[in-house]
Design a protein around this ligand. Structure first.
Ligand SMILES: Cc1cc2nc3c(=O)[nH]c(=O)nc-3n(C[C@H](O)[C@H](O)[C@H](O)COP(=O)(O)OP(=O)(O)OC[C@H]3O[C@@H](n4cnc5c(N)ncnc54)[C@H](O)[C@@H]3O)c2cc1C
Ligand code: SF4
Ligand code: SF4
Ligand code: SF4
Length: 379
């Protein structure tokens, strides 16, 4: 688990998990934001005692030794209201419901704070943990979370940790062990966009609309799971669809550099359970009536499988273990958009009111790709 980033400072080598910073016994590593808005570890050499702990803890070079058998499922939550608030099939909510049916339980996940910044947070009740529902297509700030998880585990609490695969790998390298009272759940992960660009995008919307933004629902299902479009709600009560940021995310204009060399992709099995959108479900299975959303779910460990077998309030379909269900989904590291560097060079020079224009200009797809999409050859 050599820490390549701390030696080379090559940004592609750091996914920002924070494990090296929080393992340091002298607290002399700070996670600092760069000009693109992503955090990286920076060592205060004056306090460093050269213990090498940070050099041997990196999640980005973590290799699990054991081979894992992955068991795939398709899951749909039976509660229509829950399904409408969930991104895919509402599997996450079912995990929450099971967790909080036991006392002494806590969940960790990504939520918006009062300033619409996406952060990893802790929740002690089912009601509070519902703030984690719904995909936020922004890198979540995970600073300080591994320490809290460790404390909860040592106190004997049942912990459900959810996040990106790199965050889960970071948790395991930080803890240096698994624990019976820890259950981990990863999302299938396309990439993580810049929090700084998201914050500038929100400011731009507020300036052009003349009102504070109250909420952003990235995958509002009003027009169906497949057509899910971001819905912005203003403090005035007005609601509208706006997809500038979401397009820049899917076209990888604003992703973290490490996502272009992601070490956690396929088989996505770093956590006990993996959840994602079941794209291509009709082509790969005989399942019908999935317009409100359906999750592709993997049990990666016995603990994960036992948990999925206990879930209540869901319809769970067994799938053929020999098929590749990621055929129509994200399964190779993303290629950064050709304008990525140009975009970030212009970001700080652009006035907040012009950010949406900048994103739109820079995230344009090549003409050839646009034609293929129009001909429905590409998604
Ligand atoms: C940045 C990002 C990229 C994704 N890329 C893909 C993809 O390419 N293919 C695919 O099939 N699925 C992808 N997903 C996962 C998918 O969008 C759903 O989150 C997943 O199917 C779970 O849906 P659900 O219906 O079970 O529950 P939901 O209620 O929608 O799930 C919420 C869960 O997502 C977690 N979460 C939300 N936002 C973040 C975040 N910013 N960082 C870490 N965790 C977060 C919460 O902690 C919670 O565990 C992505 C999600 C995110 C956040
Ligand atoms: S070598 Fe030890 S003291 Fe120095 S930064 Fe790394 S963990 Fe901290
Ligand atoms: S990936 Fe995590 S452990 Fe590795 S350098 Fe980055 S923050 Fe540190
Ligand atoms: S694509 Fe890979 S490196 Fe990027 S956030 Fe997802 S798991 Fe982490």
């Amino acid at each position: 688990m050599e820490n390549v980033y701390l030696k080379t400072k090559n940004k592609i080598e750091c996914n920002g998990c924070t494990a090296c910073a929080y393992i340091c016994p002298k607290q002399c590593i700070a996670m600092k934001e760069d000009n693109e808005g992503f955090i990286y570890p920076v060592i205060d050499e004056t306090k460093c005692v050269h213990c090498s702990k940070c050099l041997t803890v990196c999640s980005n070079t973590y290799k699990r030794e054991e081979k894992r058998k992955i068991i795939p499922f398709a899951i749909i939550n039976n509660d229509k209201q829950i399904l409408s608030k969930s991104t895919s099939g509402g599997t996450f909510y079912a995990l929450l419901a099971d967790l909080f049916s036991k006392s002494n339980s806590v969940c960790y996940g990504a939520a918006y704070d009062a300033n619409l910044e996406v952060k990893h947070m802790r929740a002690e009740t089912l009601e509070d943990a519902m703030k984690f529902m719904g995909s936020k297509y922004v890198r979540s700030n995970i600073c300080g979370i591994y320490e809290q998880v460790k404390k909860d585990l040592l106190e004997g609490k049942n912990v459900l940790f959810t996040g990106t695969p790199c965050m889960t790998a970071g948790l395991y390298t930080y803890l240096k062990r698994d624990a019976d009272n820890l259950l981990t759940c990863n999302i299938i992960c396309h990439s993580n966009p810049s929090p700084k660009v998201f914050s500038k995008y929100i400011k731009c919307l507020e300036l052009t609309k003349g009102s504070k933004v109250k909420s952003v629902t990235f995958r509002a299902k009003e027009t169906g799971w497949r057509n899910a479009t971001p819905v912005i709600e203003l403090e005035t009560g007005a609601k509208f669809e706006e997809d500038t940021f979401a397009k820049a995310f899917s076209r990888t204009l604003i992703s973290r550099p490490s996502c272009s060399d992601c070490k956690f992709i396929e088989p996505y099995n770093f956590a006990d359970i993996t959840i994602g959108d079941f794209w291509g479900v009709e082509k790969l299975t005989a399942l019908k009536d999935v317009e409100d959303g359906i999750s592709l779910v993997y049990a990666n460990t016995k603990k994960g499988l036992d948990e999925l077998n206990k879930l209540k309030g869901v319809t769970k379909h067994n799938l053929d273990e020999n098929l590749n269900y990621l055929m129509y989904n994200h399964h190779t590291p993303v290629k950064a958009h050709r304008n990525r560097e140009k975009f970030f060079n212009k970001l700080d020079k652009t006035k907040d009111k012009d950010i949406i224009k900048l994103i739109n200009n820079m995230s344009k797809e090549r003409l050839f790709r646009r034609i293929l999409k129009r001909l429905k050859i590409l998604k």
